[in-house]
Design a protein around this ligand. Structure first.
Ligand SMILES: *Cc1c(COP(=O)(O)O)cnc(C)c1O
Length: 232
């Protein structure tokens, strides 16, 4: 696995060079869902400090078992009744796609007297099977969520379509970036568009070329997961 990590890190460096960006612009999130803590510990030893999980319970369990200098990223669909378990543990919630969910996170943040950083998840390709707010509705959701206490919008996230050829997703990464630039120009209070969470094992290099600041890589680090491929 340490070889996989080296390989992914080298690819990130290459993609940054190609795009004329500094390697420190891009953070690798090791997506450790379904993988045992022993594997996370190995990745940690190899320098990983950002891990991504898509299930609340798994994130919480691993949070308890792993060192405390880790940033946990909640990247999966989040149900409102589980918000209370991740607030205070996740450094960033990537998957906010409704005002109701943002309101719940806000309520919990206020209750715990903390601040929560969130991304707005955009269904950039308009796929029916995917979570995420529609592109045309994104600014509205950003404006509404920005008014809530206890939460801070840091940027946008997307899960691009499943494709054989990563180049096919370049258009969607470019669209998400453009959307974030457009929103940034509106100078909305409490909204910062510095984060673009996009790119997975199959397409993270293209995503970096199009401006990703977080790439979420699971299979490329930890190997195949033991369940049928699921993209959301
Ligand atoms: C599982 C998952 C990933 C990682 O997928 P890989 O193809 O294994 O790299 C990234 N983002 C999200 C939201 C995921 O659920």
């Amino acid at each position: 696995m340490s070889q996989n990590l080296d390989f992914v890190n080298q690819n990130i460096t290459k993609a940054c060079e190609k795009a004329g960006r500094g390697a420190e612009d891009v953070t690798l999130i090791a997506v450790s869902k379904t993988k045992p803590v022993s594997m996370l510990k190995e990745a940690y030893k190899h320098g990983c400090r950002a891990f991504g999980e898509n299930k609340v319970q798994e994130l919480v369990e691993k949070y308890e078992e792993m060192p405390k200098d880790i940033q946990w990223h909640m990247i999966g669909h989040l149900q409102r009744n589980k918000v209370k378990y991740v607030v205070g543990k996740a450094a960033l919630i990537h998957s906010v796609d409704t005002l109701k969910l943002a309101e719940e996170i806000s309520r919990e943040a206020v209750k715990k007297q903390t601040e929560v950083s969130i991304l707005i998840e955009v269904n950039i390709a308009g796929e029916e099977s995917k979570y995420g707010v529609a592109m045309a509705e994104t600014e509205k959701l950003v404006r509404e969520a920005a008014l809530l206490p206890g939460i801070h919008i840091k940027g946008l996230m997307t899960i691009a379509p499943y494709v054989e050829e990563p180049e096919e997703n370049r258009q969607y990464f470019a669209l998400l970036r453009q959307l974030s630039v457009d929103i940034k120009q509106k100078n909305i209070d409490n909204v910062n568009m510095n984060v673009l969470s996009m790119g997975m094992t199959g397409d993270y290099m293209v995503a970096i070329e199009e401006g990703a600041t977080y790439v979420r890589v699971g299979t490329g680090i930890f190997g195949e997961r033991q369940y049928p491929a699921q993209r959301e």
